[in-house]
Design a protein around this ligand. Structure first.
Ligand code: BV8
Length: 228
């Protein structure tokens, strides 16, 4: 890591898999049990808000039963010890990076522990269920929705991510299938701008051939080994 001065890391569901959180597209994954259109689009929420609120209430509640794993902890150590610029971007909506010790996490797809109010459009930290239509902490209206980015919605903090991508000299993709944009396009952008690109994943992702280097195996093994 000595010759690198600006790192951008992108994580996906695979980094949380060994903590016991289902990924989306692996066998038995979330998208096998639920249709994306029904639970992860604004149209699905409009059609059946109880189904969507229940889907996210269950995932939010499940966070209490899981712990960060060695991959989350290794990235937090890297953030503390690396002397250059460091940005951790995650597609994940769980809180395991923070609970593993990361302090500056960019949740581009939002967070389970955040609520967005459709009435006053404010975001609040949120722990409990939404199915019973609790009042918004700010305007008291019963109009909370999960503060996650659904398909067709604009990811959060894209300007911050773009700025970091323009400057980075190392881009590392961890635990993501490369199936969802714009995150899946980051490696092309990094490579075009001259950065080194590394994939750490259980198996080759859709875009694995684009990376300069790929190391395959469980995140709890390949991530700490790379950080060391
Ligand atoms: C947008 C919500 C416009 C919360 C999610 C081209 C350009 C731009 C957009 C598009 C485009 N083409 C299509 C689109 C539209 C769409 C899209 O990408 N569709 C796909 C299906 C083709 N994109 C959008 O709608 C996005 N919005 O584009 O707005 C815009 C763009 C730019 C700037 C301004 C405006 C919004 C997308 C966000 C959707 N919301 N989540 C939630 O419920 O979680 S996406 C969902 O998929 C999750 O966030 C998840 O993180 C994400 C990606 O999945 P992965 O994390 O990769 O998980 P997956 O299961 O797929 O893979 C797991 C990987 O881990 C596997 O590779 C596996 O091998 C590995 N693994 C498993 N176990 C382990 C492991 N690795 C290591 N160790 C292990 N133990």
């Amino acid at each position: 890591m000595t010759q690198v001065s600006r790192i951008v890391i992108l994580t996906g569901a695979g980094i949380s898999a060994e903590s016991g959180i289902d990924t989306f597209r692996d066998h038995g994954g979330l998208w096998e049990k639920h249709s994306i259109e029904d639970v992860a689009t604004p149209q699905g929420f409009a059609r059946d808000p109880d189904l969507v609120l229940g889907f996210y209430d269950a995932r939010r509640a499940a966070l209490a039963d899981v712990e960060p794993n060695a991959a989350h902890v290794a990235l937090a150590r890297l953030e503390r010890e690396f002397r250059g610029q460091f940005l951790l971007v995650t597609q994940n909506v769980d809180d395991l990076h923070e609970r593993g010790g990361s302090t500056n996490v960019c949740h581009m797809h939002g967070e389970l522990k955040s609520a967005l109010c459709n009435a006053c459009e404010t975001r609040s930290r949120w722990e409990g269920p939404m199915l019973e239509r609790p009042p918004c902490p700010v305007c008291q209206a019963p109009t909370l929705r999960p503060d996650v980015v659904w398909f067709g919605e604009i990811p959060y903090q894209m300007r911050r991510i773009e700025e970091a991508m323009l400057q980075c000299d190392l881009f590392v993709s961890i635990g993501t299938s490369g199936a969802v944009y714009p995150a899946a396009g980051f490696v092309q952008q990094a490579k075009r701008l001259g950065a080194r690109t590394l994939e750490l994943n259980l198996e080759p992702s859709e875009g694995t051939a684009i990376f300069h280097e790929a190391r395959h195996g469980p995140a709890t093994q390949v991530v700490p080994a790379w950080v060391d």
